[in-house]
Write a protein that binds this ligand. Structure first.
Ligand SMILES: [Zn+2]
Length: 89
C-alpha cells in the first residue's frame, strides 16, 4: 500500500520525492529544466520543500516579483502527475 506523504506548504520535501530527475516547467516564461535530485539535496538539503526549490530555481523570472506578487507559472510536472487537482483550470 502506498505510503502517505506529509505535505508541507502544499508540496513535499526533497526527501519525499523519489524521482532521480526533478523537472521544473514554467509555462509563462517558457522556462524548463531538469534537475538532478541528488544534486539538489547537496545544494539545498533534503528537508527543503519543493515550494522553496521553485523559488530558488526561478530566480531571474520577471514574473516572480511583480506588484501583485508571485505571478510565475512554474510548477513541477512530476507532482502534478501524482497529485491530481480537482479544480484544475
Ligand atoms: Zn516564470
Amino acid at each position: 500500500m502506498p505510503r502517505r506523504q506529509v505535505i508541507v506548504d502544499g508540496l513535499p520535501t526533497l526527501r519525499q520525492v523519489r524521482d532521480p530527475i526533478i523537472e521544473l516547467d514554467c509555462r509563462l516564461c517558457r522556462r524548463r529544466g531538469n534537475h538532478e535530485r541528488k544534486r539538489l539535496v547537496k545544494v539545498f538539503g533534503a528537508g527543503v520543500t519543493l515550494a522553496e526549490l521553485r523559488r530558488r530555481m526561478t530566480v531571474g523570472c520577471e514574473r516572480m516579483h511583480t506588484a501583485e506578487g508571485d505571478r510565475c507559472g512554474a510548477y513541477f510536472p512530476c507532482l502534478v502527475e501524482s497529485v491530481s487537482s480537482p479544480d484544475e483550470g
